[in-house]
Design a protein. Sequence first.
Length: 262
Amino acid sequence: MIVCGPNPDAIATPVPAAADIIATTELVKAVVAGATTLAVRDVTGIRAGDFMTIGSGAGKERATVAAVKVSVTRARREVQAGNVTLTEALQNNHAEGSSITFERTNSESAKLAELKAALLLAQTTLAATQAELAAAIAAGATDAELAAVQVKVNKAAEVVASASTAVASVEGAAAAAAAAEAAAAAAKTQTAIVAVVVVLIVVVIIVGAIVYKRNAQNNQSPIVNALAAARTTTNAMQNPQYEVTPGANAGDATYDNVETGC
């Protein structure tokens, strides 16, 4: 929505439905209508996409932050002065010391929607100023008049560029967050799969050990059986009357000597 006022080519920022106040500071230098950069006393916690409210009463207005630049490196617990660039030009003049409040929407999707709305409005303003310039040229305006309109066109183009940067920044952050979330989910799934595989391996080992133990209890080892068979064969060769007692273990075989009666 284009708002009429001291600066007719300025655009208004939509008021976010739900937002949290993240910072309150003040202007270090006075600004005039049409300004897009503000020098503020403290930029701590402010970032692109935040919403700014400046002034009071009839001069109160809102704008969207396009970028933040620190101008003074702070010591611990000291304020951090810097410049805040807006996606749209201010509509009013604001004196040094004017109060500024910065807010952040609770929803990233809502923030992106509002930034896109601001970008659309900036593009609409740019198209209007370009049409105004074309009309001035067609009407045979003077060089001074054309220069004045060209300034408006250039300013509108700068606002569009800033708004585009803000939208791209939020979209990039959202994409990075989504990618990180997807990677975390994939890693979690992979960890779960590995855990299941490990459990299955342990179960197989335990079952195998139980089966082996039972088989060992029910059957003598091949070495014991071989030794018993060898002992039986030796006894039979030494004594033809040797007989294995039916049902006895081959290793404990007994025999009767028919000749001796033993």
